[in-house]
Ligand binder design. Structure first.
Ligand code: NAG
Ligand code: NAG
Ligand code: NAG
Ligand code: NAG
Ligand code: NAG
Length: 331
């Protein structure tokens, strides 16, 4: 009897601590909490992140999401209240699937190469920030990455050839940085043929021949300093190519010699280059929605037919001697 009462009392005493320890095991891992607290510290302890304290479960931190196993899977930060750097401690959040850091004008410094430790990462977006320095080579080691979006930052230096090792990548956005050097030759060997957005940088050199065999749906190389022949992109055996933005470069080739275009091509912007020759008749076979060859050195009659007369003169202006509808008639 005494024993029973004792047990009862003991159980009453033990129960809360038992359930407490069960509860504790459901809290986020100390390693992940530590990493998040370090991230907050390097973002100048922003007041906005006031829920990010050692007393709270890090799954309850604002702008942090966990899965059922209580691991941090998403980190989403935006706004000018954050100032400082992206801590290398972010690499200790091993369970992250998504990092979205956007519209952070007061966040600067490099992209931590430690991000490459997050092997579950599917979406890495760092966009519209003051983040600078080179794109770390190590990002090419993220085996599950589907989207790499580094649009509109202050990144410089070359595009790492290693990015072509991202086997699952579907979208690569590097638009609006200060990237220099050539488009890596390795980009012809991407596994999934991701859409490539490399516009508004300072890329130089020729379009690598490896891209000729690359069946890609969107390729944006506009606003760079690329030279040479782009006609290698117009191979007719491409079945998915729909969109080509090549405007505002120094591309120079004879367009007369292009007798086939990818049959699915709907957007072709070649404006502001040094393209010469004439417009080939095969352009009339395309179901074009966007077409612009203005500001080149083209000559001769605009072929009649297809969609070519659907565009106004601004698609054809400022060439050497183009003529015919929608421009003035040929003499
Ligand atoms: C961090 O915050 C302090 C105090 O609010 C401020 O003086 C300092 O300029 C901030 N540092 C950065 C890098 O924004
Ligand atoms: C961010 O970049 C802008 C434009 O280059 C600059 O004016 C501003 O001072 C930068 N801010 C920080 C915190 O570095
Ligand atoms: C398409 O043609 C190019 C150039 O002739 C060739 O290099 C490439 O392998 C071809 N691609 C396919 C998918 O057949
Ligand atoms: C462009 O190529 C065509 C066809 O090969 C040729 O007749 C023409 O002279 C070339 N134009 C220039 C400017 O080289
Ligand atoms: C063609 O490009 C020129 C130069 O960028 C631009 O001014 C014009 O509006 C464009 N026309 C169309 C129809 O897109």
């Amino acid at each position: 009897m005494i024993n029973n009462i004792l047990c009862f009392l003991l159980c009453l005493l033990l129960l809360p601590s038992l359930s407490k320890s069960k509860y504790t095991s459901k809290q986020c891992s100390p390693k992940e909490k530590k990493a998040l607290l370090q991230i907050r510290k390097e973002l100048n302890n922003s007041d906005y992140l006031s829920t990010w304290t050692s007393n709270n479960d890090c799954c309850d931190f604002i702008d942090v999401n966990c899965d059922q196993t209580h691991h941090v899977t998403r980190l989403t930060l935006f706004g000018d209240q954050h100032s400082g750097r992206i801590s290398p401690a972010i690499g200790d959040l091993n369970f992250l699937e998504s990092i979205v850091l956007v519209n952070l004008p007061n966040v600067y410094g490099p992209i931590p190469p430690t991000i490459a430790k997050i092997t579950k990462l599917e979406d890495l977006t760092i966009s519209n920030t003051n983040v600078s320095g080179q794109i770390p080579d190590s990002l090419g080691r993220l085996p599950r990455l589907l989207t790499l979006d580094l649009t509109d930052n202050k990144l410089s230096g070359p595009i790492p050839a290693s990015l072509s090792q991202l086997r699952k990548l579907l979208f690569l956005y590097l638009t609006g940085n200060q990237l220099t050097g050539p488009i890596p030759d390795s980009f012809g060997s991407f596994k999934q043929h991701p859409s490539l957005f490399l516009g508004r940088n300072q890329l130089t050199g020729k379009i690598p021949p490896s891209l000729a065999a690359f069946d890609i749906s969107i390729l944006d190389l506009s606003g760079n300093k690329l030279t040479g022949d782009a006609s290698l992109l117009f191979t007719s055996n491409k079945t998915t190519q729909q969109t080509l933005y090549l405007s505002s470069n120094y591309l120079s080739f004879n367009l007369t010699k292009v007798d086939h275009f990818p049959p699915q091509l709907t957007t072709l912007d070649l404006s502001h280059n040094n393209i010469y020759g004439s417009l080939p008749n095969s352009l009339t076979t395309l179901d074009l929605v966007v077409f612009n060859v203005s500001y080149n050195r083209l000559c001769g009659k605009i072929p009649v037919g297809g969609k070519l007369q659907n565009f106004d003169s601004s698609s054809y202006n400022h060439n050497k001697c183009l003529c015919g509808s929608p421009l003035h008639s040929c003499k």
